[in-house]
Ligand binder design. Structure first.
Ligand SMILES: C[S@@+](CC[C@H](N)C(=O)[O-])C[C@H]1O[C@@H](n2cnc3c(N)ncnc32)[C@H](O)[C@@H]1O
Length: 348
């Protein structure tokens, strides 16, 4: 019989319990973020009581005390007792990643997970049964195009853009330096959203020009709301399915292929191949599955996310190689970063 969880799980299923209680731990972090707990503790020069935090954030004292205790339990906050008063304080991790202000903040990622992904995952059983996304059931929006659902309001679009932006705070540098891309003079990031990854490109390759290509409403919002981060890049509006794409030496497709069914991926890659000069390339950035189907669990969960929210899937490198080869690309090279996202470079 194949061995699954370790043998000691048979004595007591620690890991199993941790897994299926995982949603509660997620909700502890999400709720604290939404309430502003991490921002308040970062701003405060001293540790605070639950009463103080509750008063500042307009919550019940009892609820706040339980939430703060759970955050201490998962080692995201610190606690001490001074003269009989229980006082809570931030940690380096909460200040760096969970409070809003820091350059490495994952706050926007957490807000999107809490307010959009979490309700979608509530319909995972139906997504698996039906094999299709649950945008209509979750948000009441019939959407032929997934981006009609994702961008169903200006507020939702900005939240999604915040999510996209914050991933590259963590993985951007590793992605753009996984291969030496300095031979590509003109780089176009198709579906480049806020320009966060493109900015990392521009920093790593200062003698190349970097263009972000995206839908008009996205480019407009990127320039209005994320402009302080994207001075080094140029924006261009368009539709990569129905319109033309700008000429370039290197096309970046970060988290684009995973959104769409295979026919649409092939159409887009063919358009890129036909526009690309010989020697030019395409850089795919995705969370890649292992060939042996055993992980990484995060990429497997992302693939379920694509089922519940989009029309695509995550793939192992061999499947990307197959679709790249079908459209004519050769010299496919894979780089696993060991972090959330990996990259594949192929040339014409
Ligand atoms: C999953 S997001 C990835 C964003 C960015 N590449 C990243 O990894 O952070 C997909 C992006 O594709 C853009 N997009 C979707 N359909 C598009 C189209 N037809 N033409 C151009 N961009 C499109 C979306 O606006 C969005 O910015």
């Amino acid at each position: 019989m194949a061995e699954h969880l370790s043998q000691s799980e048979l004595d007591y299923p620690f890991k199993l319990l941790e897994y299926f209680n995982g949603f509660r731990v997620s909700k502890v972090i999400f709720s604290a973020c939404e309430l502003g707990v991490f921002d308040l503790l970062l701003r405060s020069q001293e540790p605070l009581s639950a009463q103080h935090v509750a008063r500042e954030l307009s919550t019940s004292v009892d609820g706040m005390e339980r939430l703060l205790d759970a955050l201490v339990g998962i080692e995201i906050l610190e606690v001490e007792t001074a003269d009989g008063t229980v006082l809570y304080s931030s940690t380096d991790v909460s200040n760096l990643y969970l409070a809003k202000g820091s350059g490495k903040s994952l706050h926007d990622m957490i807000i999107y997970q809490s307010q959009t992904i979490y309700p979608l995952w509530n319909n995972m059983v139906d997504a698996v049964r039906e094999g299709k996304n649950q945008n209509e059931k979750t948000f009441g929006l019939p959407a032929e195009d997934i981006f009609q659902a994702i961008y169903r309001s200006e507020e939702e679009m900005l939240k999604f853009m915040g999510l996209m932006n914050s991933s590259w705070v963590l993985d951007g540098h590793d992605i753009v330096t996984a291969f030496n891309l300095s031979c590509f003079q003109k780089i176009v990031d198709l579906g480049g959203c806020t320009g966060a990854l493109a900015c990392e490109m521009a920093k790593a390759y200062p003698s190349s020009s970097v263009t972000v290509f995206d839908l008009p409403q996205v480019v407009d919002a990127a320039q209005k709301h994320f402009s302080q981060e994207n001075d080094a890049v140029v924006f261009q509006t368009g539709d990569f399915f129905s319109g033309e794409i700008p000429p370039a030496d290197l096309y970046v497709l970060a988290r684009i292929i995973h959104d769409w069914p295979e026919e649409k991926c092939l159409t887009l890659l063919q358009k890129i191949y036909d526009t690309c000069r010989p020697g030019g390339g395409v850089l795919l950035v995705e969370a890649m599955l292992f060939e042996n189907r055993r992980g990484p669990v995060m990429a497997q969960c992302f693939s379920l996310n694509m089922l519940v929210q989009a029309e695509g899937r995550e793939r192992p490198p061999s499947e990307y190689t197959t679709i790249l080869n079908k459209t004519g690309f050769r010299n496919v090279q894979v780089c696993r970063t060991g972090k959330s996202y990996d990259t594949i470079l192929a040339t014409r």
